[in-house]
Design a protein around this ligand. Structure first.
Ligand SMILES: [Zn+2]
Length: 754
C-alpha cells in the first residue's frame, strides 16, 4: 500500500500521461437487474436459478458492471452470486423480516473500485423502518441505499435501488414521492443514482414523477447512444418483444451518460427430444453443424446498463485520502504518514490470549491463523505488572505502563477489606491520552466494545466492560443512547438479554457496527477464554472450545469487514492482555502477617501491613508507608519461612516495580513460582493445594506472555517478531492510522509493518 502510494507520487511527477488514468477512473458502468427469485415452477420449465446463475454471473462480468442494483434476490441467491462474482460484494436486507427473509433489493459493487461509506434500507410505505406494506401495495417493498466513494478519485455518491409494487398504483406514486423526498433532504448537489424495477414503463405517472422532478433523469433520455432493441421484461421468452421499459436507471446532473443499453443476451439449452443434427446433406463442414436448442433469457427481465462519467470533486472528499480534483491525482506530501481517511484498524483482544493459540494449529483458531499466515505476528508479547486485564488493556490504548496511566489492578486495594466497589470504570481514571481520543481528534469514527476502563470514552459506539456493576450501569454508559436495546431488536431477534459471555455475540455486535458505520478504529475485547482458563488452567476441553469461540468471533468480524467492502483498507490486530499459568499451589501470605500480629482486624483498621493479592502476584501495603520497622519485620517473616514455602514465590523489589512501571504505592511485591497463585485469605493454612489457572505474575517468562497477530495493507507479510511489549501495540495502531499520540512510549517492532 505504502509502496503503491510512493509509486503514484513518482509516476505523477515524471509521467504527464498518468493524469489520463484518473480520467478513465471517473467512468463507470451502472446496472439494474431483476434476477427473478428462485422458484420451483421456473425449474420445471428449464429456467432454474442453478442454471441461470452462471450465465448471469458471466453476463455481469463480461459487460463489466461496476455497481448494480438487483431485484428479487433471495439471500442464498445473493450469496451464490457474490461468490461467483470475484471482487464484488453487496448490501441489502430481506423485505420480509429486515434480515435474510424474502426478496432483497441488493446493491452489488466492485470492492476494488468503491468504498462503502454508509448504507441503509427502508420500506416503501408510510412506516419505513420495519417490514410492512404501503398504501395499496400487495407485498412489502424495500429500498436499499449505499453511500459510496470511488477509490481512484474520492468521488462520493449515493445509490438507491428498489422494487416497486406490481399492483398498487397509489403505492408506486407514493413510493416515487418518498424517494424524491429522501433525495431532496440531502445537501444540494449530492450525486445520486436511482435504479430499480419500477414495474411501470416510461408512460406511467410514477415514472413521470421522477423523470420530471428536476432532480433525476432517466439515463435512456440522457444517453447519446441507445442500445434498446427490446423492452426490459421478457417473461423468459427469448422471442418476445415489447416497447415497455419497466427497469430504469435515473441519475442526478453530476453524471453524464455515455451509453445506454438493454442487454438482450440469451443462451441455449439442448433439446433432449429433438435430434441434434439438422444438416442431413453430410457435406457441411463440422464447424457449421448446428444443434437444435432452446433460446433462453437468463432472467425474466433483461438487465439495463449505462456507462456514465462524472466530474470528480463534486462529491465530498473524504478527509486526508488521496483525491483527484480536475482530473489530477492529489497526493500527500513527502514524509506524510499514510492517509488516514479510508483506513481502518480493528484491534481485537482475546483475554488470556497465548501465542500457542495461533502457533499451534491444534487449537483450531483457523481465522486467527489465516490472519497470521497472511500477515505478521509475534512469538510473544511481554505484558505489564501485574499481568492483569485492566492494567494491560489500559496500556494497549495509551502506550504507557500502569504507573503512568494509573490503572494498577482490576480492583483497587481497599485497606479495610473489599467493598465490591469498582474504581476503574470510566476513562477519566486514565491519566494520559488514549488512542480513542487521538482518533477522535482526527475526525475518525471510533467504537469500543467491552473494553475495560472505557465508560465515558470519547467514542461513537461504546458498550463498556463494567465488571460486576450490572446491566443497568452498562446500559447507562452505552453509546449511542439506546444502543443495547437496538442490538436486542436488530441483532438478537428481540432477546430480552444478550449473553455477552459468548464471544460470538460480541462478534455479532462488532459486525453490526461495521456494517452500519465502518469505524476507523474499533477496540473489541473478547473475554470468555480467560474465564475458562481460570477454571481449567492452560489445558482443557473448555479452554479449547472457548478459543474456537473467540476465533469464530474473529471470523464474524472478518466477514463483516469484507461485506462492508473495506477489507482492502482494514488492518486487523488480534492480541491479548496476558498469558496463563496452571495453578498447583495457593499461598495466602496474610496468614503469616496475622500470626505475627501485624493484622488484627482490617475492617476495624487494626493492621500495620497487609498483602493485596491479584492471582499470580501480591502487593505489600504498609499502613504508614514510612514504617520501616514493619517492613523489616515482614521481610524477616518471609526470610524465615521453610525452604519448601520460600521456593513458591519470589520477591519483586520496589526498584523492580519502578523499572517495570508497576503500582507506585506498594512496598514490594511477590510473584508466584512453579504454579503458585496468591490469595487474600487471613485464616487457615497459608499454603494450600491450588487448582485452575491464573495470571498476574511478573511478566518475564514465556507462559505469561500474550500473543500478537496483525493483518492488512500496512503489514509486512511474513513478518515475525521474536518478542515485543504490550505498549508497542499502541505504536502499531498509531502508525497504521496516522494518529498523533506523543505520550505513547512504545515502538513499532522492526519487521512488522511496511
Ligand atoms: Zn483473568
Amino acid at each position: 500500500m505504502r509502496n503503491l502510494i510512493k509509486f503514484i507520487v513518482m509516476a505523477a511527477c515524471s509521467l504527464p500521461v498518468f493524469a489520463g488514468r484518473s480520467a478513465v477512473a471517473q467512468r463507470f458502468n451502472i446496472g439494474t437487474y431483476n434476477l427473478r427469485y428462485a422458484n420451483h415452477g421456473d425449474s420445471v420449465h428449464g429456467n432454474g436459478w442453478g442454471q441461470r446463475l452462471s450465465v448471469i454471473s458471466k453476463l455481469i462480468r463480461f459487460h463489466d458492471f461496476d455497481i448494480f442494483g438487483t431485484q428479487e434476490g433471495l439471500y442464498p441467491m445473493l450469496e451464490g452470486l457474490r461468490d461467483s462474482l470475484l471482487g464484488y460484494t453487496y448490501i441489502g436486507i430481506g423485505r420480509d423480516d429486515g434480515k435474510q427473509a424474502g426478496e432483497h433489493s441488493a446493491i452489488f459493487y466492485k470492492t476494488d473500485k468503491f468504498t462503502l461509506l454508509d448504507k441503509g434500507d427502508f420500506w416503501l410505505s408510510t412506516i419505513t423502518d420495519r417490514p410492512n406494506k404501503g398504501w395499496d401495495a400487495v407485498l412489502p417493498r424495500i429500498c436499499t441505499w449505499g453511500k459510496f466513494k470511488e477509490k481512484a478519485t474520492g468521488f462520493v455518491f449515493y445509490m438507491y435501488n428498489l422494487h416497486m409494487d406490481h399492483v398498487g398504483v397509489k403505492a408506486r406514486a407514493e413510493s416515487a414521492k418518498l424517494i424524491l423526498a429522501k433525495i431532496k433532504a440531502m445537501p444540494a448537489g449530492t450525486p445520486v443514482i436511482l435504479t430499480g424495477d419500477f414495474n411501470v414503463d416510461q408512460t406511467s405517472e410514477s415514472y413521470a414523477l421522477i423523470d420530471n422532478s428536476g432532480l433525476l433523469r432517466d439515463c435512456y433520455e440522457l444517453s447519446p447512444l441507445k442500445y434498446a432493441l427490446n423492452g426490459t421484461f421478457n417473461s423468459f421468452h427469448a422471442d418476445g418483444k415489447t416497447d415497455s421499459r419497466i427497469d430504469h436507471i435515473f441519475v442526478t446532473r453530476q453524471f453524464a451518460v455515455k451509453r445506454y443499453g438493454i442487454l438482450v443476451d440469451t443462451y441455449r439449452t439442448k433439446n433432449e427430444d429433438i435430434p441434434a443434427a439438422t444438416d442431413t446433406s453430410r457435406t457441411a463442414r463440422r464447424e457449421r453443424m448446428m444443434g437444435q436448442y432452446t433460446a433462453r433469457t437468463p432472467s425474466d427481465h433483461f438487465p439495463v446498463m449505462v456507462e456514465v462519467t462524472h466530474a470528480a470533486g463534486t462529491g465530498k472528499r473524504s478527509h486526508g485520502s488521496a483525491s483527484a480534483a480536475a482530473g489530477r491525482i492529489v497526493v500527500p506530501g513527502e514524509g506524510v504518514a499514510l492517509p488516514a481517511g479510508g483506513r481502518h484498524v480493528i484491534l481485537i483482544t482475546v483475554d488470556g490470549f497465548r501465542p500457542d493459540f495461533y502457533l499451534d494449529s491444534s487449537w483450531q483458531a483457523v481465522h486467527i491463523r489465516q490472519l497470521m499466515m497472511g500477515g505478521a505476528y509475534a512469538m510473544g508479547v511481554n505484558t505489564v505488572f501485574p499481568s492483569m486485564t485492566y492494567p494491560a488493556h489500559t496500556t494497549i490504548v495509551t502506550g504507557v505502563q500502569p504507573a503512568r496511566h494509573g490503572v494498577y489492578f482490576n480492583n483497587m486495594f481497599e485497606p479495610n477489606g473489599p467493598t465490591g466497589k469498582m474504581y476503574w470504570n470510566t476513562d477519566s481514571s486514565i491519566k494520559v491520552p488514549t488512542i480513542w481520543a487521538a482518533a477522535q481528534q482526527k475526525g475518525m469514527k471510533v467504537a469500543a466494545l467491552f473494553w475495560p476502563v472505557s465508560a465515558g470514552a470519547p467514542v461513537q459506539y461504546n458498550i463498556p466492560d463494567i465488571g460486576s456493576m450490572g446491566e443497568t450501569v452498562r446500559e447507562r454508559y452505552s453509546r449511542p443512547a439506546g444502543f443495547i436495546d437496538l442490538l436486542k431488536q436488530q441483532v438478537f431477534d428481540g432477546a430480552t438479554r444478550i449473553e455477552y459471555g459468548r464471544d460470538v455475540n460480541v462478534g455479532r455486535i462488532a459486525a453490526y457496527v461495521i456494517g452500519k458505520d465502518q469505524p476507523q478504529l474499533m477496540t473489541i475485547h473478547l473475554f470468555s477464554v480467560d474465564h475458562n482458563e481460570h477454571q481449567q488452567g492452560r489445558e482443557g476441553e473448555q479452554v479449547r472450545e472457548a478459543v474456537r469461540g473467540a476465533d469464530s468471533a474473529v471470523g464474524i468480524i472478518m466477514d463483516a469487514v469484507k461485506k462492508a467492502g473495506i477489507w482492502d483498507e482494514t488492518d486487523i490486530i488480534v492480541t491479548g492482555d496476558h498469558g496463563f499459568v496452571t495453578v498447583k499451589t495457593a499461598v495466602n501470605p496474610n496468614v503469616w502477617l496475622v500470626k505475627a500480629g501485624l493484622i488484627t482486624d482490617v475492617k476495624k483498621d487494626q493492621w500495620k501491613a497487609q498483602f493485596f493479592s491479584v492471582g499470580g502476584s501480591s502487593y505489600l501495603f504498609l499502613k504508614d508507608p514510612n514504617d520501616r520497622a514493619t517492613l523489616a519485620r515482614v521481610q524477616g517473616i518471609l526470610d524465615s519461612l521453610p525452604e519448601e514455602q520460600k521456593k513458591l514465590f519470589r520477591i519483586i523489589s520496589r526498584r523492580q516495580l519502578d523499572e517495570i512501571g508497576g503500582n507506585p504505592e506498594a512496598a514490594f511485591a511477590l510473584s508466584g513460582l512453579d504454579g503458585t497463585s496468591l490469595g487474600n485469605g487471613m485464616m487457615g493454612e497459608a499454603v494450600r493445594p491450588g487448582h485452575g489457572g491464573t495470571h498476574g505474575y511478573f511478566p518475564d517468562f514465556h507462559e505469561i506472555q500474550t500473543g500478537f497477530v496483525v493483518y492488512g495493507p500496512g503489514v509486512r507479510k511474513g513478518g515475525r517478531v521474536p518478542v515485543m511489549n504490550e505498549r508497542d501495540i499502541t505504536s502499531v495502531v498509531v502508525r497504521l492510522l496516522g494518529l498523533d499520540l506523543p505520550t505513547a512510549a512504545g515502538k513499532v517492532p522492526a519487521g512488522l509493518l511496511e
